[in-house]
Each structure stands twice: as C-alpha cells, then as structure tokens.
Design a protein around this ligand. Sequence first.
Ligand code: ADP
Ligand code: MG
Length: 386
Amino acid sequence: MIEDLYIQKFGRSPEVIAQAPGRLEFIGNHTDYNGGPVLGVAVDRRVSVALAARSDRQACFRSASMEGEVCVDIDSFAPLSGNESWANYPLGVLKELISAGMPIPHGFDMLVDSDLPAGAGLSSSAAFELASGYGYCGLYEFELDRADMARVGRRAENNFVGMPCGILDQGVSAFGDVNSLVKIDCEKELFSRLTLPDDVHFWVFNTAKKHSLVDSLYGTRHQECMEAHRRMQAPLPQAQNLAQISTAQLSEHQDLLGDVLYRRALHISGECERVLAVESALGKGDMATVGELLFESHESSRVNFENSIPELDILVDALKESQHVWGARLTGGGFGGAVMAVTNGQFGQADAEKIVAAYQEKFGQAATFFHTTTGPGASQGQLSAT
Ligand code: ADP
Ligand code: MG
C-alpha cells in the first residue's frame, strides 16, 4: 500500500493520497487535431501519489520504482533533465496550479507508485499528472473542476515536459469511470460519458515496435489532413475542419484531393462517423456492431491513413478469428505500438497466448499482453484510519 511505502521512504505518514488511471484510445484515431470526437476508456490500473507537508520550501519527489530523491525550491524551479526528468510531470502540474491561483505556503514530500507500465501506450504520464493535481489540491485545499484539472495536466505536459499531446490522455484519466467510455469533442473540448455493458474486457497486445520515423510520419499526416481541409474549402467553405466534412462529401469532391489526400481525409471523416455509430450502438447495448466498427477503424488505418504496420495487422487478423472478441484495432497514434482487443469475459489467458503464438510464428519475436478492464477516474483517495 502506498501509505506503508511512504512511511518507509519518508519516515512519516502521508497526509493526502490521490490516484489517476491510465487510458486506451477506444476509437477516433487522429481525430483530435482535426476537430473531431474521440472515445477513450480509463483502465483499472493507475498511478498513485502520497504527499505530506514539509516545514521548509522544498518539493521532494521519490518514486517506488526508482532510487533516490529529486528536490527543488518551490519558489524557483525549471524543467529537470537526465535521470531527474521524471519529476517534470508533477512539477509541471505544480507550476500550472500555482498559475491558476493555488496558494503554496510550504513545501512537500511526494511519493509516486504505479501499476501502469510506463511507455506502453497507456499514458502513465497523464495519469501521473492527474494524480499529482488531485494530490496538490488535497494538500493545499484548492479546488478545480475535472475539465480544468485535465487542462492543467495537458498544459503541464505540453509546456513543462515539452510533449505536444492533445487532450485525450488527460481528459480520459479525469473523466473515466467503471463501465464507461469518455467522449471528448476535441473542437469544443467537451467531455461526456457513455455507458459500456458489464462484462466488457480489454486485452492489450504490445508489439514493442516503433517506426524509426514515427515523429516525422506523425507530422506528415498532420500536414496532409490540413491540406485536404484546405482543398475542400472551395466547395465547402463552411467546414471549419476536416471533422465537419462527411465521407459522402469527400467522395463527391475526390478529384480535388487526389488519391493520397482522399484516403487520409476519408480516414478522419470515417473515424468521426464511426465514433457516432459506436455511440448509437452502445445506446442499444449492441456490442457486435461496436466490435465491427473497431475492426473497420483498423482497416481504415491500414489502407487509408497508412499508420498501421504488419505486426499490428497480424494481431488484429488473429483476434478476428476468436469467437470471444468483439473487435480490435491499433490504439494510439500507430506506426507501431499496441493493439486493443475488446472481448467478453470468456476470452482468457489461453486465448491471448494463441494470439501471441501466431505473432511469434510470423515475426520470430514475442508480443507481450495484459488484461484490463474499466476503472474509476482521477480522485483524491481516503487515507486508511490509524
Ligand atoms: P506513457 O505516457 O505512454 O506511459 P510517456 O513517455 O509519455 O509514456 O511517460 C512515461 C514517463 O512518465 C516515464 O518515462 C517517467 O518519466 C514517468 N513516469 C511514469 N510512471 C512513473 C513512476 N511510477 N515513477 C516515476 N516516473 C514515472
Ligand atoms: Mg505519455
């Protein structure tokens, strides 16, 4: 338990604990910067923090998974580098909360612990930010609503860590809940929840592959989407972004785009339409249709957006054969990374091992996997009574 660990590390009890979940991108691939909607799911694995006040003006951080302590002066700190850079996530949040008016009359000691694998596409960074945010609010008796807390986490990651992510990770960690998907309207930055039926399970298969050009490929896709929107402004001047253009309109004006831009745009418009179709199918409890839409999303990534890789395709193809799988697709930016399978409760360890065996046979390397389900969003925790 984090409280016991805190006593071991700092020699006293924490005053506040807080936690925040990791997330999976359910569907709505690359829609965020095109002004479209995205659905995410908070998983039942999380980052937890514990804090207690210090009498001086130092902020000290320890991690259960690392040796050593990182301390800074709360009145003047800047991004850290090298093996101290992990503390930039909670420090960036601290800086944003101070800017938002949170008073900090004294320093603190923070411990972070986690059962979320870092760097595995589950956004441990956003979970760390949100847990820190709720931890600080508890310690300094400051209040912020969920949407603002998500924005604080995103700004910390954009401005202090230096990672230009969208609002998905922090929004889902903040608004996630058991048996829920989080819907984010990326243009208006509106958050809502959709209900998932009971007995929906997630299996994540990680290829550990990362395309060597992933950053530049991401940039190229971004530019292609902007160019496709620009060209569609002649016939559709009222469309403020690609997400406001339907697949039927794209098809009508295909000649303005040419093959490559047409396929890029088709992926974005298609994803926006699939998000709405998932919402409608969920309203009827129709997981079979939801699953088909997930497979369609992957197929569109493979053919239209070209952000899949053969390693991901093999996993999705193998999952398609399993009777307990509703649907599967690459999750996140693509060009490597992980596949998310959405299954019923009968899909088990042996089924997952069959999937990775097919992968191993083809690529001579193992893919790792784990099971997770939905979990609650970020919150302050209850200290156990002493
Ligand atoms: P992802 O968000 O996909 O997990 P990132 O690279 O964005 O991957 O964030 C991972 C980083 O977050 C780690 O390299 C580390 O700096 C920080 N981090 C996550 N969990 C912990 C932890 N338990 N202790 C210390 N740092 C952590
Ligand atoms: Mg991250």
